[in-house]
Write a protein that binds this ligand. Structure first.
Ligand SMILES: Nc1ncnc2c1ncn2[C@@H]1O[C@H](COP(=O)(O)O)[C@@H](OP(=O)(O)O)[C@H]1O
Ligand SMILES: [Mg+2]
Length: 372
């Protein structure tokens, strides 16, 4: 089925079919990852509704996000281990602070939340042998070990997963955008990316409409959007933009990405619309479906090393939707250097038609020479 969207480009939709998926490469990883991210989205939304919306959060108290982060990482890690016990995981969290007596209250809450999510009824695509569903609760020790399976140092060879259980912590606390992010890398190349965005409008043209979507991409199999409320997949293709028709997507946080450098770049490109500022890798999903056309993450000059879990899932979404992702100097992102992106600084992600023009503008704005 083809649907016209804003008159710019068309989307194709398909319904989930286990017969067609089972023959594809990484089909099991995709199915399991989608289920894990779906469950983690439900978990984090419930943490927000119970702990933050009810105003038990005191100013500056980050404990709800901490509880949600740990519990979601435990849940995803348990599900990965059941199907891929040999695969290492680079996860944002580790359980050291939960193993000591001072961490007892937090630990008990996390175990309760992770187990609630693990025993929740089956959703479409689940398999009972994944160790989830009714009656599959884990012990506290098993869940702490699951969190610590995220301690892998990364590297250039073999398979590894990345987990960012709540990306965009600040957006989560504000009730704005955040994302549950998962990726699979093989020999440092991203092969699967999944980003769950519980607060993101399903259709950018209807900001007050239905919220909650998952983006998923497997290398060579395109990028799809699925509503959290259902299972219909919509294949995404980035539309062609001209430089002046772009809208920039940027981090909300000026400490994460220089707003002033992005403003200068936008003005060189002739962009007159204000930037769309949004927390988390939801930006990559928006870019893939044609919102904005350009994601700019400009280094702030403090030498921050970007983390692989903050970009691997998003990068494949954009590439599979037809875009290009590099750092701010045009260098491809290197996911094989460990837990960080090493010598990659910032991000420029855009459609093929405009990426080179954007790099030229970055060079003019910053005085740095592009490396490609
Ligand atoms: N100084 C800095 N520069 C760039 N990114 C930073 C940063 N400090 C933290 N971050 C990362 O920015 C991520 C949020 O992305 P964004 O700025 O696009 O919303 C954070 O993820 P977490 O929220 O998972 O910690 C964190 O990893
Ligand atoms: Mg993050």
């Amino acid at each position: 089925m083809r649907i016209p969207v804003r008159g710019i480009f068309t989307l194709t939709t398909r319904s989930y079919s286990s017969t067609t998926m089972s023959t594809s490469q990484f089909a099991l990883e995709r199915q399991l990852g989608l289920s894990a991210v779906r469950r983690a989205c439900a978990l984090t939304s419930s943490v927000f509704n119970k702990l933050i919306k009810n105003e038990t959060l005191t100013k500056g108290d980050k404990s709800p996000v901490t509880v949600g982060d740990y519990a979601a990482q435990a849940l995803i890690s348990v599900m990965l281990k059941n199907s891929f016990p040999q695969d290492p995981i680079v996860g944002e969290e580790d359980a050291a602070e939960l193993r000591v007596e001072e961490g007892r209250v937090l630990r008990e809450r996390i175990i309760e939340l992770a187990n609630e999510a693990l025993v929740a009824p089956f959703v479409e695509g689940d398999k009972p042998e994944w160790g989830i569903g009714p009656g599959q609760a884990k012990t506290s020790a098993e869940l702490l070990d699951a969190i610590d399976r995220g301690n892998y140092d990364g590297g250039r060879t073999g398979r590894m997963w990345t987990i960012d259980p709540i990306d965009g912590t600040k957006g989560f606390l504000r009730g704005e955008q955040y994302a549950v992010c998962l990726s699979l890398l093989v020999d440092a190349r991203v092969q699967l990316g999944i980003i769950g965005c519980p607060n993101l409008p399903v259709d950018a043209t209807k900001p007050d409409g239905e919220r909650g979507c998952i983006f998923v991409a497997v290398r060579g199999q395109g990028c799809q959007q699925i509503p959290l409320s259902g299972y219909t997949e919509t294949t995404l293709r980035m539309p062609a933009f001209t430089p002046s028709s772009l809208n920039t997507l940027e981090s909300v946080e000026a400490l994460h990405s220089s707003h002033s450098t992005a403003d200068t770049i936008a003005s060189i490109l002739g962009i007159t619309r204000p930037p769309l500022r949004m927390d988390s890798q939801a930006k990559y999903g928006c870019l893939a479906r044609g919102d904005g056309g350009l994601y700019l993450r400009m280094p702030t000059g403090v030498g921050y090393r970007e983390k692989i879990w903050d970009h691997a899932p998003g990068a494949i979404l954009v590439e599979e939707a037809g875009g290009i992702v590099t750092d701010s100097r045009g260098v491809p992102l290197d996911f094989g250097l460990g837990r960080t992106l090493g010598e990659n600084f910032g991000v420029v992600a855009a459609g093929k038609e405009v990426h080179a023009a954007v790099l030229d503008a970055v060079q003019q704005a910053t005085g740095t020479k592009a490396k490609v």
